[in-house]
Structure formats: structure tokens, C-alpha cells
Design a protein around this ligand. Structure first.
Ligand code: HEC
Ligand code: HEC
Length: 409
């Protein structure tokens, strides 16, 4: 069954990249209006792997090739003589959908209108880059993360994420994407509001969409738009950016140029550390009024000799090794020395809510942390017990077991 959907995967790329595709939409769209209707009412019996009556209704070309008895089922411009329409009338020899309820009047009108307008398939086509991007980045996510619940007849909420038109047609609550209008930035701002109300006054913004999540140029632009929007909505919040090694030194500078009016408290892992790149970035920061911006690295695959070299002249001035991966013992061993050298520390806490509490207690004892990463989600298997955030400060509990409580059942 799955195979049936594979060819259409190629098309979903538009979700991210072809923002102008429908800017001057034709009166009727084959893939947004016609195909979803056929998928819903007809194509369980008329698809490439199961052509009842020899008929495949998933493509315009196969509608023209037609079925065993009636031949071509659309006659462009002539709805009333098109078998696709004729079979919809109750009492006819071939009433369709077979053994099902008749289509609604407006659904029939829609099919007629499409045929009257010439029965065109105006689906946009995509260039090689767009298809390659989709194949590399988007398809695996849908495949691994979504299709077990959003494919086939019992798809959750009626949402089929198996094809572009399925995504556009959407589920019970409407289209799953609106072309050219991702919910992205609004969603980010909504989350920021939650964090702000929780008590945070610094936001670490994950950037690097152009490395992983979107085509490079569009991703860089979105990073810039997101950070500018956050600064505008929360002017009293300090902004940290984490590139997750997704930039080159050039694209990082391009990003910073794009947010010229936003003070940046810290830059984390813009690229995998090299002396040349960090030195160049530091020089850029100093030359562009960002001398105070902290420069943090050491989380992902730390290159210790390079980190040590970079911190000698404070090109790098915050170390980030993970509180669990690097561990308490190694952190304890190196912390006094780093403190003496004037290098800040912020043991990385991403991945589990417990790590925030570990790091808070740890730097509470050892000091020298300009800030720590808060992952204070509620629920799951953690209850923060007596630990709390008051006025943007984490107040660790003095109870045993890092002050954590067992979750209330
Ligand atoms: C439950 C299965 C089923 C559904 C749903 C269904 N069909 Fe059919 N369709 C058939 C079968 C089976 C035939 C072969 C003729 C027959 O047995 O009646 C057929 C034949 C046809 C034919 C004639 C093909 C030919 O040339 O022989 C047309 C046209 C057609 N269907 C259109 C539709 C349309 C349009 C819909 C949706 C509104 C639809 N069908 C929904 C099962 C189905
Ligand atoms: C384990 C099952 C499961 C997985 C996996 C899953 N979903 Fe869902 N999804 C659901 C359920 C259940 C609903 C309906 C929730 C409701 O009605 O409140 C839903 C609803 C939705 C909706 C709203 C649809 C509407 O119109 O009501 C969207 C959009 C969506 N999912 C997208 C995704 C995406 C994208 C992925 C993969 C990244 C995904 N889902 C993975 C179960 C799943």
C-alpha cells in the first residue's frame, strides 16, 4: 500500500520552498481541490495498484487513458459528456462511488467546473535542487516521524501526510500548511511568551535552519526574521544564538549583519571550532560593536586543543561541555583553572530537564557561569520540587536529591 504514495513524495518540497507557487492561483487547482476530493471518495478503488474498472483516478493522464468500458473519463471543456461526471448520478448504470453515498451537490459542481475550465493539471513543477532538498531533509522526517499515524484510511484527524496534496488538503482542522505562510514565527513567539511568563529574561534561539531544515538561503533569512521578531516582541530579553555548527564563518557574519539592531548576549557553536574561523568572527564582532558578545563553544564533539588555544587570548570565553557527557568529575577538575583564566562556564543541559537542575547546583557551588541553559518543561517524569525561577534567577532547593520531588501521580 505504501508504494502507492511514493511517487507523490517528490512533490512535497513546495511546502518549504516555492512560496510564490500560488501567488496568482488559477481559479481551480487540480491538486488542492480536485485530487483531495477524488482521494477521499474514489481512489481507494481507483489508484495505480488497484484500478477497479481499469481506471486510475490519481492523475490527469490516467483519467484520459480511462477505464475498461467507458474509455477516457474526462472530455476537457465538456463536463456533461464526461463519464467522470456521468457516473455520479444515482440510478445510472455505473453509479459511483460504488456502494457508497452519492457525492454532495457542491462536490459534483466542483468536478464539473474543473472539466469546464479545461480539466488542467496546474500542479507546479520543481527544480532539481528543490527535489534534492526534499528528498534529503523532509521526506525522512515525515517517514520516520509522522506516517505511522498520518497515512492510509485511518489517518489521524483525516490528515494524510503522504503526498503534497494530502498536506495541502489537511485534516479536520483544515490545511496542514499554508503555502508561503509558515506558522513558524508566530509559534516561536508564542513559545517565547510562555517562557517569559515562566520567568526567563534570556532566550537562547536555535538558528541554522539553512543547514538542516530549509534550503540554505531561505533558512538564513528565516533565522534573521525570527531573531528580529523576538527582539521586537521582547525588547527587555537578552538574546543568545546557538548555531549548532550549522554555519560557515561567512554565513554567520551574514546572519549578524541581518540582525544589526539586535544586541546579542552570546554566540554558541556557530561552526565546528577552528582557530581561523573563530578568530575571524571575533575580529568581526569587535569591529562591529559587539565586543561584549560572549563566545561559547565545546558542546558538540569538542576539539580540546583548539578550545584551549582559542581561550588563551579570550577569542573564546565560555566553555560548554555537557554536564552529563563530560561529567561532574572532569568539570570539577578543570573549573578552578578556567576560572583563573577568566573563562566562563555553562555546562550544557540540553536533552533532559534534569540536567538544568544538575548544572544549576553545580555552578551554584563553583561559580563563574554567565548563564545556564534552562529546560524547565513541566510534566514527563520530572517535578522541580523546591527548585524555582524567580525574577529570572534560578533558586536551587537545599533539599536532598537536587531538591527534585517525585511526580504527583
Ligand atoms: C468501493 C470501490 C469504488 C469506489 C469508492 C469508486 N469506484 Fe468507480 N468503479 C469501481 C468498480 C468495481 C468499477 C468497475 C465497474 C463496476 O464494477 O461497477 C468502477 C468503475 C468506474 C468507472 C468506469 C470505468 C470504466 O471505463 O469501466 C468510472 C468512470 C468510475 N468508476 C468512477 C468513479 C468515481 C468518479 C468515483 C468517486 C466518486 C468512484 N468511481 C468510486 C469501484 C469503485
Ligand atoms: C503517534 C501518532 C502520531 C504521530 C506520529 C503524528 N501525529 Fe499528527 N496527529 C495525531 C493525532 C491523534 C492527531 C489529532 C489530535 C487531535 O485531534 O487533537 C494529530 C493531528 C495532527 C495535525 C492537525 C490535523 C487537523 O487538521 O486536525 C497535524 C497538522 C499533525 N498531526 C501533523 C503531524 C506531523 C507533521 C507529524 C510528524 C512530524 C505528526 N503529526 C505525527 C497523531 C500523530
Amino acid at each position: 500500500m505504501r508504494l502507492r504514495y511514493l511517487p507523490t513524495f517528490l512533490c512535497i518540497v513546495v511546502v518549504f520552498v516555492v512560496e510564490h507557487a500560488f501567488a496568482q492561483a488559477d481559479p481551480m487547482s487540480f491538486e488542492r481541490e480536485i485530487l483531495p476530493l477524488l482521494e477521499k471518495r474514489c481512489n481507494e478503488c481507483h489508484h495505480p495498484a488497484g484500478t477497479d474498472g481499469g481506471l486510475d483516478l490519481t492523475q490527469r493522464s490516467t483519467m484520459i487513458s480511462g477505464g475498461d468500458d467507458l474509455g477516457p473519463v474526462i472530455v476537457p471543456g465538456k463536463p456533461n459528456v464526461s463519464p467522470l461526471v456521468q457516473v455520479l448520478h444515482e440510478g445510472g448504470e455505473y453509479f459511483m462511488p460504488k456502494d457508497g453515498d452519492p457525492l454532495e451537490k457542491d462536490e459534483i459542481a466542483l468536478l464539473k467546473k474543473w472539466i469546464a475550465e479545461g480539466a488542467r493539471d496546474n500542479t507546479p513543477s520543481f527544480n532539481d535542487d528543490e527535489i534534492a532538498f526534499f528528498e534529503r531533509e523532509v521526506r525522512p522526517i515525515l517517514f520516520d516521524g509522522c506516517l505511522k499515524c498520518h497515512a492510509g484510511k485511518d489517518a489521524e484527524s483525516g490528515l494524510q501526510l503522504t503526498s503534497r496534496h494530502g498536506i495541502l488538503a489537511g485534516g479536520d482542522r483544515g490545511p496542514a500548511v499554508v503555502l508561503g505562510n509558515p506558522a513558524g514565527i508566530d509559534k516561536v513567539l508564542e513559545n517565547c511568551r510562555w517562557d517569559y511568563d515562566y520567568g526567563y529574561r534570556q532566550f537562547k534561539v536555535k538558528i541554522g535552519r539553512g543547514n538542516r531544515w530549509m534550503p540554505a538561503k531561505a533558512g538564513l533569512k528565516r533565522d534573521i526574521d525570527v531573531v528580529n521578531a523576538i527582539h521586537k516582541a521582547f525588547p527587555d530579553v537578552e538574546i543568545l544564538v546557538d548555531g549548532n555548527n550549522g554555519f560557515t564563518v561567512e554565513t554567520m557574519i551574514g546572519f549578524l549583519d541581518g540582525i544589526a539592531d539586535v544586541p546579542v548576549f552570546w554566540i554558541e557553536e556557530p561552526f565546528h571550532e577552528t582557530v581561523a574561523d573563530w578568530t575571524r568572527l571575533r575580529d568581526y564582532l569587535v569591529a562591529n560593536g559587539r565586543k561584549e558578545t560572549l563566545r561559547a563553544d565545546g558542546e558538540a564533539k569538542p576539539d580540546f586543543p583548539v578550545l584551549e588555544e582559542l581561550q588563551q587570548d579570550h577569542t573564546l570565553n565560555v566553555r560548554l561541555e555537557d554536564i552529563c557527557g563530560h561529567g561532574f568529575t572532569r568539570w570539577r577538575q578543570q573549573l578552578p583553572r578556567l576560572t583563573k583564566e577568566g573563562i566562563g562556564v555553562s555546562p550544557h543541559t540540553w536533552g533532559t530537564a534534569l540536567k538544568t537542575v544538575y548544572t544549576a547546583h553545580f555552578v551554584g557551588a563553583y561559580g563563574n557561569a554567565p548563564t545556564i541553559e534552562g529546560v524547565t518543561t513541566k510534566g514527563g517524569d520530572v517535578d522541580f520540587g523546591e527548585n524555582r525561577i524567580v525574577d529570572a534567577q534560578f533558586h536551587p532547593s537545599n533539599q536532598p536529591g537536587f531538591g527534585l520531588a517525585l511526580p504527583a501521580q
